[in-house]
Design a binder for this molecule. Structure first.
Ligand code: S3P
Length: 171
């Protein structure tokens, strides 16, 4: 069975939804940020700080390349993983890609009390979110299907994701 890859902006709920969907499919859940942190022995913030964003993006690509050779995985990606052509090539051959959609205000509300996202640590995180979301919209729209998460529970979103995945793999 093809992997299920969840893409979407920071605060769209990728990890929570992946955690809920994986047992229902009897797939393994992989959080790519956590895997990168475990392997590097550093937090995402430390990687950005000491080695830079470019280095982080290469680590992310390495993980996606490895995971594309496996199956029965639900993969929660980092919000910027969609920027890489290498990642898309790997997902296209191995996965159904579902985007979780969120608007800027909701992303802001869901992320404002967390300090672990280096891209949102500046003076005006809402403006940064608006800017990045606009920049990335084209990339999220490449997904096989999209699910709105605004005003919806993890359970509701997970049900839609499961449904879309099953329809896609049946095609
Ligand atoms: C990033 C999103 C983060 C993490 C890193 C960069 C991004 O993941 O990969 O801080 O570029 O949007 P989440 O989407 O899980 O917060």
């Amino acid at each position: 069975m093809k992997n299920l890859v969840l893409v979407g902006f920071m605060g769209s709920g990728k990890s929570s939804v992946a955690r809920r969907v994986a047992p229902q499919l009897e797939f393994e859940m992989i959080d790519s940020d956590s895997l990168i942190e475990r392997r590097a022995g550093l937090s995402i913030s430390q990687i950005f700080e000491t080695r830079g964003e470019e280095h982080f993006r290469r680590l992310e690509e390495q993980i996606m390349t490895e995971l594309a050779d496996r199956n029965r995985l639900v993969i929660a990606t980092g919000g910027g993983a969609v920027l890489s052509a290498v990642n898309w090539a790997n997902w296209r051959r191995s996965a159904v890609v579902i985007a979780l959609d969120v608007d800027s205000e909701t992303a802001f509300e869901r992320t404002r009390h967390h300090q672990h996202r280096p891209l949102l640590q500046g003076e005006d995180p809402l403006a940064k979110i608006q800017h990045l979301l606009a920049q990335r919209e084209d990339f999220y729209s490449r997904a096989d299907a999209r699910v709105d998460t605004v005003g919806r529970t993890v359970e509701q979103v997970a049900r839609d994701v499961l449904d879309l995945y099953e329809r896609r793999v049946a095609d």
